[in-house]
Design a protein around this ligand. Structure first.
Ligand SMILES: [Fe+2]
Ligand SMILES: [Fe+2]
Length: 250
């Protein structure tokens, strides 16, 4: 992989390290919070590690990373976790209890710091609230972090959209996300986003945090009324994936 990462500050001390993969026409974003105890959200895939490491080094010494977090156990979220743990001797994985018990504490070379629902992790100037969000965006162990000072929601695969897009947008992203959801249901990777009996409540709970930024893993970050965007996404997911709609044929 020869791609070079783009680094953009989407909020004070919050950097999006973004790699566009032409084969998928999709951006993979990794978020670095520069603080006394720097935190990386999404390690990236193992094969992206040298590229992400070089980009992190433009902002901080990568060996100083203290916390490594991610939403759920997939290669783009945490495939390079052990590479980061080897590079940064003080770094610890951060996730919820299910993630630690089911995957991370077996996979990782050091055990996870487990956060309870709504527990706060302080990194210095910034405060990250953990939300356990089962199956949102997907996987049993899914969780998200909300940085309270800048009101940035690290929202993983929610609002995913393709293209070699801009680092940050203030225009409505729900249309882009809706198109991607509809297209996704037609293709070989359909059913990526389960719609469960708790999906609506989880999204409403995230909207109630009143984020001002969405740090989106695939696509542009969003700046604006992110609470409204999350409520609109909930309605869109119900429409596209909800009861009677969500099962694409294998
Ligand atoms: Fe995912
Ligand atoms: Fe992803």
């Amino acid at each position: 992989m020869t791609h070079k990462a783009r680094v953009a500050e989407i909020a004070p001390d919050h950097y999006a390290i973004s790699i566009h993969v032409p084969e998928f026409n999709l951006r993979f974003n990794h978020f670095l919070i520069k603080d006394d105890e720097p935190l990386l959200f999404h390690t990236g895939m193992k094969q992206m590690f040298p590229i992400v490491r070089e980009a992190v080094a433009r902002v901080i010494d990568p060996a100083m990373l203290r916390w490594i977090s991610f939403s759920h156990f997939e290669a783009d979220e945490c495939g390079a976790l052990n590479e980061w743990l080897a590079l940064a001797p003080r770094a610890e994985p951060v996730c919820g209890l299910v993630g630690a018990l089911v995957s991370v504490n077996d996979f990782a070379v050091r055990p996870a710091r487990v956060l309870a629902h709504d527990e706060i992790l302080k990194t210095g100037n910034y405060r990250l609230r953990f939300r356990q969000t089962p199956h949102v965006p997907h996987n049993w162990e899914a969780g998200l972090l909300f940085e309270e000072v800048t009101r940035t929601l690290l929202c993983s695969d929610l609002f995913s959209h393709g293209g070699d897009v801009e680092p940050v947008t203030e225009s409505d992203l729900v249309d882009r996300a809706k198109c991607a959801l509809i297209e996704g249901q037609k293709g070989p990777l359909a059913n990526a986003y389960p719609y469960t009996s708790s999906t609506e409540a989880v999204l409403q709970g995230l909207a109630d945090l009143q984020p001002k930024q969405l740090a989106i893993m695939h696509g542009s970050a969003f700046r604006g009324d992110a609470g409204s965007a999350l409520r609109d996404l909930a309605a869109t997911m119900r429409e596209v994936l909800g009861p009677g709609m969500g099962s694409a044929s294998p």
